[in-house]
Design a protein around this ligand. Sequence first.
Ligand SMILES: *[C@@H]1O[C@H](CO)[C@@H](O)[C@H](O)[C@H]1NC(C)=O
Ligand SMILES: *[C@@H]1O[C@H](CO)[C@@H](O)[C@H](O)[C@H]1NC(C)=O
Ligand SMILES: *[C@@H]1O[C@H](CO)[C@@H](O)[C@H](O)[C@H]1NC(C)=O
Length: 507
Amino acid sequence: MSYIGFISVDSLKLLLFSIVSYFIYVHLLKPLLHYIYIVIHYHGFYCQPKSFLLGHLRQIWPNFPFSMDRKTLAVSIYKQLYKNVGPDPSRSLSIFWASLLPLVFASGHEVVEEILHKKNLKKPMIFKFIGVGDGLLSSEPALWKIRRRLIEPFFTTRKMRDHAKNMYQEVESFGKQLDEEVDKPIDLIHHIHTSTLNIILKSSAGIPLDDLKEDKAALVELVATLERNAVHRIGNPFYHFDWIFNLSTFSKAYYKTIETIEGKIYNIFRRRKQLLQSLPSNESENQDFLSLIEGKVDDQGLYDELITLIGAGHETTAVALRWNLFNIGNHLDVQEKLYQEIIQFFPDDKPIDDMDKLKECVYLEQVIKESLRLNPSVAGSARVLEDDVMVKGQKLIKGSVVGVSGLATHHDPSIYPDPEKFDPDRWSPENASKIPKTAWIPFGYGPRMCIGYRYAMVELKIYTAQIIRKFSLKSTRPHGSIPITYEITYQPTLPLEIIMTPRNNNQ
Ligand SMILES: *[C@@H]1O[C@H](CO)[C@@H](O)[C@H](O)[C@H]1NC(C)=O
Ligand SMILES: *[C@@H]1O[C@H](CO)[C@@H](O)[C@H](O)[C@H]1NC(C)=O
Ligand SMILES: *[C@@H]1O[C@H](CO)[C@@H](O)[C@H](O)[C@H]1NC(C)=O
């Protein structure tokens, strides 16, 4: 028998064998067994007809695995999402089989309550593909908890008063630009995107509203490209593996977009530094978003949170506002009632920046809530379950990826009779009290709900009030005639055209 020090070769072999077995068990066998368990478990759940090996992939990607243009992919993802979790309340859980991997789709207010609950803080891996780094939207629970606490003070009631003043300053000059666009069909997409980006960069980085115009124009385009790229990557299961994705030609364009955005963001950081140096030091009172987290997170953290704020904070508001104007332009009775309320609180050119008065505009809030119900800006939310969850008598198991559909939840006929109808009266004080709080989730629900929820609502109110008191609107296409596509945000596939007529010319 040979000895190495005190240990015999046999016991060394045994030790080695144990270590190797342990790693095989933990990293190979256990995940495999768990995966088999998940597949068997979800086998009996409701799902659309599928093929054995590809599952439902063919439905979103008809010529799988050959390349497919991004537009078609976005439309078919949307259609399949909707088919899976259509507004049928009995179908509040269904399985989408991405080949052999089951993804749970959920809708309906009871289910939302369970899934977006505080015990489920983990987001699925696909959030990493959006390209906004480890910002609040996509970060792991541990990091998210720290950052969320740092960022929360940016959205306090006191801060909201400053934000409202900033917003109105921009909205007033935005309103003046619209004077050039009257009496012809127009989708205000470009005007609105640029304007909401002005607001977010003013309050987040102290960039003056009319500064860095070229960088801002470029950012608007880049963020739109970033979203389309993300959908393209998410829609292709092969692209979920970095090493395969990096072999594709598409990955070059994908990384190039992210890199170009980085350049723009660093311009913003530089500009902000210049501006801060030129200010008298006693004016640091009016803190922007970055100063809240500066020194507490590293440079990458600053970058991630700012790009997340830009990505999540300007496009979503912009698309919500376009839908809102389109809906108002299709419901002239609503528009008249809204106009009367607005001029009661904000007559003539009175600045629309008083939070207390805005709160009193109850009908304005009803209209915006109804528009966000019909046309939420984002598809919904998703979690990786951190524990087993029982919903409606069915068990969802730990580790499952669960998507929650806002659109389907918002169309539940048992909560919203005649769900396709645009009816702000659903949100009148006595009617709204009957709607469960998890039946309206344009900003998500629970602890990971959109941190900018109130910010976005105030912004939507100020824009809408300013436009409605200046112009009467008429949409060129009828209500319900515009198909939707999925580009991270829900986008209309046709222009949301309105015709604006100046009010003072009518009277
Ligand atoms: C893929 O490419 C990106 C960008 O060049 C790089 O950051 C990443 O590490 C690469 N991943 C792999 C697995 O090669
Ligand atoms: C900062 O100081 C200057 C000159 O001392 C003064 O004019 C200005 O009002 C001060 N600003 C604030 C916000 O206190
Ligand atoms: C409540 O909703 C019903 C049905 O939409 C509507 O008829 C009624 O007018 C609403 N109540 C108010 C005060 O708006």
